[in-house]
Design a protein around this ligand. Structure first.
Ligand SMILES: [Zn+2]
Length: 434
């Protein structure tokens, strides 16, 4: 397979935010990953961008104006004046108000949005934003450490150019915010693999949640039990994604790579190794469809850093040594100082072969219900979120990308293949409004 053009988005300030003492979500992990990516020399294999910062207006393409205005105005200092809004927007313990909250949202969301734009314009084959992937955020409220749903905003941008976008989520938690946003449309298929049962957060993601109205059968859920290991996970992941490709034929994919599905995560309960997790990323890369990869959960910092560094190497198709390079964070990786430490877990795999085969079959039967991939006519492509970025004023950081000027030519693309004129034609759907 030929090498892909990979665009990597990183804001050097994004790792400096703190959710507060004791909070499991640590943006610092992003600095550690970036340092490993640099010290492994992976930066030479991709275009590195300091991403655009999303405006309140960009965020309101999915979220309500009043919620975004609240995020813009609230600070730890003026919190007292907002007490009646905190529960209304679900802000407090899990989703605290911390210093620079809106700036943080603007950085991780802008990176996903710009990744989607670069894919739309053919500037890259793969876009990477490890700071994004905040899949629980809802239209009107924060949820599960997520405030602004950068994934939904990135997908809405992809839908300007793509008839069908596939969303795949391998975080240990259900990708509820993304599913909910596109529950009523067939223009986005959401596929989430997650722990389900025993009140595990967020509590949704049963396999019988399949979508509704035009979106019926376009939400796919693969509920798993605790302790799932690499072989079991891949025995479901690969056939499910292959069937999804066969029946849905997406023209763009967004992959949420939540690393809380790794063994020994502080909040998760799966037993994946970095190699097993990475195998999913490699499988999706090899589908050869334009791909936006984002981060997500991941609460044992050293393992998240290993995982997304390894996955960066897979996405640029470079072998990297199991011995970690020297970085200022090397001590975090004691005692082995390796990229792929052995997985030691006492967690029993509660997923029997029969159970996994049964859910794979159920998913397949549901997918057969949507054989006719929907299509839309897209003669008039809406304006890009920020066209000025495409006029050459926003070059990649190390060396300018000569392909940017062709972006304009690509503006009048048509969806790849068929035009569909049936009653299910979703020309006028507004997926963000569902
Ligand atoms: Zn998670």
């Amino acid at each position: 397979m030929s090498k892909k053009v990979v665009a990597y988005f990183y804001n050097p300030d994004v790792g400096n935010f703190h959710y507060g003492p004791g909070h499991p979500m640590k943006p610092h992990r992003l600095s550690v990953i970036h340092s490993l990516v640099l010290n492994y020399g992976l930066y030479k294999k991709m275009q590195i961008y300091r991403p655009y910062r999303a405006s309140a207006h960009d965020m309101c393409r999915f979220h309500s104006d009043e919620y975004i205005e609240f995020l813009q105005r609230v600070t730890p200092q003026n919190l007292q004046g907002f007490t009646k809004y905190l529960s209304h927007f679900n802000v407090g313990d899990d989703c605290p108000v911390f210093e620079g909250l809106f700036d943080f949202c603007s950085m991780y969301t802008g990176a996903s949005l710009e990744g989607a734009m670069k894919l739309n314009n053919g500037c890259c084959d793969i876009a990477i934003n490890w700071s994004g992937g905040l899949h629980h955020a809802k239209k009107f409220e924060a949820s599960g450490f997520c405030y602004v749903n950068d994934i939904v905003i990135g997908i809405l941008e992809l839908l300007k150019y793509h008839a069908r976008v596939l969303y795949i989520d391998i975080d240990v938690h259900h990708g509820d915010g993304v599913q909910e946003a596109f529950y009523l449309t067939d223009r986005v298929m959401t596929v989430s693999f997650h722990k389900y049962g025993n009140y595990f957060f967020p509590g949704t993601g049963d396999m019988y949640e399949v979508g509704a109205e035009s979106g019926r059968y376009y939400s796919v859920n693969v509920p798993l039990k605790e302790g799932i290991d690499d072989n079991s996970y891949l025995s479901v992941f690969k056939p499910v994604i292959s069937s999804v490709m066969e029946f849905y034929r997406p023209t763009a994919i967004v992959l949420q790579c939540g690393a809380d599905s790794l063994a020994n995560d502080r909040l998760g309960c799966f037993s994946l190794s970095t190699k097993g997790h990475g195998e999913c990323v490699k499988f999706v890369r090899d589908l050869g469809v334009p791909l936006l990869t984002v981060g997500g959960g991941g609460y044992t910092l050293r393992n998240v850093a290993r995982c997304w560094t390894y996955e960066t190497s897979l996405l640029v198709d470079e072998n990297i040594s199991n011995e970690l390079p020297y970085t200022e964070y090397l001590e975090y990786f004691a005692p082995d100082f390796t990229l792929h430490p052995d997985v030691v877990t006492r967690q029993e795999n509660a997923n029997s072969k029969q159970y996994l085969e049964a859910i794979t079959k159920q998913v397949y039967d549901n997918l057969k219900m949507c054989q006719h991939s929907p299509s839309v006519q897209m003669q008039d492509i809406p304006d890009d979120a920020f066209p000025s970025l495409l006029d050459g004023s926003h070059e990649p950081e190390p060396d300018p990308d000569t392909r940017l000027p062709t972006a304009e030519e690509d503006r009048r693309i048509e969806p790849d293949n068929e035009f569909y004129d049936g009653e299910k034609d979703q020309d006028k759907s507004e997926p963000g409004d569902s």
